[in-house]
Design a protein around this ligand. Structure first.
Ligand SMILES: *[C@@H]1O[C@H](CO)[C@@H](O)[C@H](O)[C@H]1NC(C)=O
Ligand SMILES: *[C@@H]1O[C@H](CO)[C@@H](O)[C@H](O)[C@H]1NC(C)=O
Ligand SMILES: *[C@@H]1O[C@H](CO)[C@@H](O)[C@H](O)[C@H]1NC(C)=O
Length: 363
C-alpha cells in the first residue's frame, strides 16, 4: 500500500513537471548537493559487525567506493565512523527491511563528494559523547542526503557548520534527544527539499547561509526555521512549506525564529496550521521575522523545484519521506504527524517512543 502511494505520488510529480535537470548525483536529485558524483568502485557490505572485512566501517574507509548492502538491520557502532571522500552509500540495495546505524556518529567532516541514500542514522542514548551528532557534515563539500532517516540525534541531528553545497531531500529528521535540535548549517549554500521535521525544540534548520527551503513539513516544533539573529547577510528562498503545531508547540509564531533584518527572504506559498484540531486547515504564513522581503527568489532553480503546493507537499512527504521501506521508527514518527496536532512529544531518550529494542525499533 505504501509503495502504491509512493508510486502515485511520484507519477503526480512527473505530471507536475518536477525538474529532473542537471542532476548528477542520481535521477531526481535536486539542489546544491546534487553536483556530487560519489564513488565508482563497488564494495558490498556483507555483515552487520562493527569492524573488519565486509563491514560498513571498512567500506567507507577508502575513497572512491560505491557501496551496496547484502545484509539488512542495524549496525551497532562501537565508535564514530568517519567517511572518506568520493563515496556513494546505496542503502536502497539492502534487502527489506533496510539498513541503518545506531549508537554513534557518522561523520563526513572535511570530506567532499558524498551521496547517501535510503540510510538510517539513529544515534540515541547509547551515544557516550554529547558533543556528537547523528550526522556530522562539518566543513564538508558537495554532499547529498536523500531518503535518509535521522533520529535520536544528541548534539544536532545534522551538524553542518562550515558545509558547502549541501542537499538534504526526502528525508525524515525527527526526535532529537539531547539539545533537541534538527540541523545547523553555516556557510552553505544549502537545499532542504521535501523533508519531514518532527518534534524538535529548534533548528529545523538553523541556517546561517544562502538557503533553499522548499516543500518541507515541520510538525510539533518549538522553533522551526531559524537564523539566530546573525550579523551575516544571507538570502533564503522559503517556498510552499507547511508548519503544523503539536502538543509541544508553545508559540506557533516561532515557525520563523530569530530572523533579523540582515536577512533577505523570498517567502511564498507557506502555510501554518496552528489549531491542533486533527485536520490540515492552516492559513498562509509568509511574513518572516524582520527580514528584507525579496519579490523574486534569490536562486534560479527555486521556483521550478517548488512544484507542489504546501498541502500537496504534506501528502507527498507523508507518503514518501525517509528511508524505504518505512520501519518501526518512521512509521511511529509519521503517525504522530498524521494526528495533526494531538500526538507527539519532544523527548530526551528514544525509549520514550515505547518502541522495541529500547526505543530504537527493530530493523
Ligand atoms: C553504484 O551502485 C548502484 C547500485 O548497485 C548502481 O545502480 C550504480 O549504477 C553504481 N554507480 C556507479 C557510478 O558505479
Ligand atoms: C559548489 O557548487 C558550485 C556549483 O553550484 C561549484 O561551482 C563550486 O565549485 C562548488 N564548491 C565546491 C567547494 O566544490
Ligand atoms: C546585522 O549585522 C550587523 C553587522 O554585523 C550587526 O551589527 C547587527 O546587529 C545585525 N542586525 C541584527 C538585527 O542582528
Amino acid at each position: 500500500m505504501a509503495q502504491i502511494k509512493r508510486a502515485i505520488a511520484f507519477a503526480s510529480l512527473l505530471s507536475l513537471g518536477f525538474p529532473l535537470v542537471s542532476a548528477v548525483a542520481f535521477e531526481g536529485a535536486v539542489g546544491f548537493g546534487s553536483i556530487a558524483t560519489g564513488g565508482t568502485t563497488s564494495y558490498v557490505v556483507t555483515t552487520l559487525a562493527d569492524s573488519g572485512t565486509g563491514t560498513f566501517r571498512d567500506a567507507v574507509s577508502e575513497s572512491g567506493r560505491n557501496i551496496t548492502f547484502s545484509v539488512s538491520g542495524y549496525i551497532v557502532l562501537e565508535s564514530p565512523v568517519s567517511l572518506s571522500s568520493d563515496l556513494t552509500i546505496n542503502g536502497q540495495t539492502a534487502p527489506s527491511p533496510g539498513i541503518g546505524v545506531m549508537a554513534r556518529e557518522i561523520s563526513a567532516s572535511g570530506k567532499s563528494n558524498i551521496i547517501i541514500r535510503n540510510f538510517r542514522m539513529r544515534q540515541g542514548n547509547e551515544e557516550t559523547d554529547d558533543t556528537k551528532s547523528a550526522f556530522n557534515m562539518g566543513d564538508a563539500t558537495n554532499v547529498i542526503l536523500d531518503h535518509c532517516s535521522v533520529a535520536f540525534g544528541v548534539y544536532d541531528s545534522i551538524d553542518a557548520v562550515g558545509a558547502v553545497n549541501v542537499t538534504v531531500s526526502n528525508s525524515i529528521i525527527a526526535l532529537p534527544i539531547g539539545q533537541q535540535f534538527g540541523a545547523h548549517l553555516e556557510t552553505g549554500p544549502s537545499t532542504w527539499y521535501a523533508n519531514l521535521w518532527v518534534s524538535a525544540h529548534n533548528r529545523q534548520p538553523l541556517s546561517k547561509g544562502n538557503t533553499q527551503y522548499i516543500n518541507n513539513i515541520i510538525y510539533n516544533y518549538q522553533a522551526a526555521y531559524t537564523v539566530a539573529d546573525t550579523g551575516g547577510d544571507f538570502s533564503h528562498d522559503i517556498i510552499n512549506n507547511y508548519f503544523i503545531t503539536g502538543p509541544s508547540t508553545t508559540s506557533a509564531s516561532d515557525d520563523y525564529y530569530q530572523i533579523d533584518d540582515n536577512q533577505s527572504v523570498y517567502a511564498s506559498g507557506n502555510f501554518l496550521d496552528s489549531n491542533k484540531d486533527g485536520v490540515l486547515n492552516g492559513a498562509a504564513a509568509n511574513t518572516v521575522g524582520s527580514a528584507e522581503v525579496l519579490s523574486s527568489p534569490w536562486y534560479s532553480t527555486s521556483l521550478s523545484m517548488a512544484s507542489l503546493t504546501a498541502a500537496e507537499a504534506y501528502s507527498y512527504v507523508i507518503a514518501n519521506a525517509g528511508a524505504s521501506p518505512r520501519d518501526e521508527v518512521d512509521t511511529y514518527v509519521v503517525s504522530t504527524v498524521e494526528s495533526l496536532g494531538t500526538e507527539g512529544a519532544i523527548i530526551t531518550n528514544q525509549d520514550s517512543t515505547g518502541l522495541s529494542n529500547d526505543g530504537y525499533g527493530t530493523l
